[in-house]
Design a protein around this ligand. Structure first.
Ligand SMILES: Cc1ncc(COP(=O)(O)O)c(C=O)c1O
Length: 435
């Protein structure tokens, strides 16, 4: 693998002298991460994928990024409008396509109103900046997406951490610090676990908290026609705001917030990304409009996605991997250290399986992992290939020594022996026979 240690040199600033505080900061990255931890390589850059590689790194869960209806809607718009008028969202008014799409997306999600943002990042940071301030307690699940944490920082509010998916801990924290804002993801992006939304919503209702649910990994994939988990669980009257990145199942580049009509107007005059950053381009709006129709009408994609994810989860569990409570299309193999994750990456890539490496700051140090984003286009043969690879590599990657494997074993150590044995027996209903 090519070494990238040589890439850092002050000369790269075209001879402009940089002060020591910056030089030492950049130098630390090359010394500590690249050279020491990654051995001169790069944790994110392994092999070049061969032509028959299986790509599990895209969040295009419904496999629509090249859908002909969406592509032609975008191409028509580019030809008709070029890049349109380049300006901030605050200037939009009247019967413009972007505002009309806001209404359509909002009604799809059974919301009174909605706001299109440039990205999921802007949706989350912009929203929290407009609803929290220095006095607001903001309760945030420890695994909530970084953009929610960034929103807390930009609001100047104090984050109050809640253990992952632990409603009892949330309740204790709220009773201690008082009513505030609760931030959760519906499906967590690092491990694919699903938030216990009914319990969380009940606590928020009882204690007078505002509930924000980031539906980035459930919009389009969950609910009868992809409306998301809040709709699927009948929690509309308990959730104040839903946010989403439209760069997952919607396969575009935008973000969305559901809210009330009154809030929509307020947000556009209060949120920094709406005021100080330019808004979407016309072809992105046209593409998302076409995508909404595909998502709402092609239910088979969702069914295939969930079937694929279930097969993979069941088989990987059977092979001994600790999937950290994944219940969704996000499935992660947690190797632990970054060095161990590089070994895992190389073993998978040698077999043509390309996932996404997650390491600090996306995960805690020493809990780095390989994430598979499952999609609806994977065939039975593809799934069998992934499972075969994961079976073959277990010794090579020292699966038994991973901290996550140890945790899995410990979990069973607490069970009565019979129950643990029961679990370890092959279970035909859990492991689908494609291995
Ligand atoms: C849960 C969650 N929220 C927000 C975002 C940010 O979305 P975007 O990529 O559209 O900025 C992501 C993307 O990584 C995400 O996974």
């Amino acid at each position: 693998m090519a070494s990238i240690t040589a890439a850092w040199s002050p000369v790269h600033f075209h001879g402009a002298k940089i002060p020591g505080f910056l030089a030492s900061r950049i130098e630390r990255y090359y010394r500590e991460r690249v050279k020491k931890t990654w051995g001169g390589g790069h944790i994110m850059r392994g092999r070049t994928p061969p032509a028959d590689a299986l790509h599990l790194s895209s969040n295009d869960y419904l496999s629509i990024a090249r859908h002909p209806k969406i592509i032609s809607a975008m191409a028509d718009s580019v030809h008709q409008n070029g890049n349109g008028a380049l300006m901030s969202g605050i200037f939009l008014h009247g019967a413009c396509p972007q505002l009309q799409l806001e209404d359509r997306l909002a009604s799809f999600m059974h919301a009174e109103s909605g706001i299109l943002c440039q990205s999921g990042w802007c949706a989350n940071t912009g929203l929290i900046q407009t609803i929290a301030n220095e006095q607001t307690p903001v309760y945030v699940d420890i695994l909530a997406h970084n953009s929610l944490w960034e929103g807390i920082r930009s609001a100047g509010a104090k984050p109050i951490t809640v253990f992952h998916n632990d409603p009892e801990h949330l309740e204790r924290q709220v009773l201690r610090y008082g009513p505030g804002i609760v931030l959760v993801d519906s499906v967590y992006s690092t491990n694919g676990s699903i938030c216990p939304l009914p319990e969380i919503a009940e606590i928020c209702h009882a204690e007078g908290c505002v509930l924000v649910v980031d539906e980035s990994h459930s919009l389009g994939t969950h609910g009868p026609h992809g409306e998301g988990l809040v709709v699927a669980l009948g929690l509309l009257d308990r959730v104040h705001f839903r946010t989403a990145s439209l760069a997952k199942a919607f396969a575009g580049r935008a973000g969305f917030i559901t809210c009330s009509r009154q809030f929509n107007e307020y947000f556009k005059f209060e949120s920094n990304p709406a005021i100080f950053s330019s808004t979407l381009l016309p072809h992105e709006v046209a593409g998302l409009d076409a995508t909404l129709e595909v998502i709402r009408h092609e239910d088979w994609r969702r069914e295939q996605l969930h079937a694929n994810a279930e097969i993979l989860r069941n088989n990987l569990e059977e092979l001994g991997y600790n999937l950290n409570d994944s219940q969704s299309q996000i499935i992660s193999l947690e190797a632990g250290t970054e060095q161990q994750t590089i070994v895992l990456r190389d073993a998978l890539e040698a077999r043509g399986i390309f996932g996404s490496v997650f390491c600090a700051p996306a995960t805690p140090k020493n809990r780095s992992l390989m994430r598979f984003s499952i999609n609806s286009a994977l065939t039975g043969m593809d799934l069998a290939r992934i499972i075969r690879a994961c079976r073959e590599i277990r010794k090579e990657v020292r699966l038994d020594d991973w901290p996550s494997s140890r945790r899995k074993r410990q979990r069973f150590d607490h069970l009565p022996i019979k129950a643990a044995d029961e679990y370890n027996k092959p279970n035909p209903s859990r492991a689908v026979a494609i291995v």
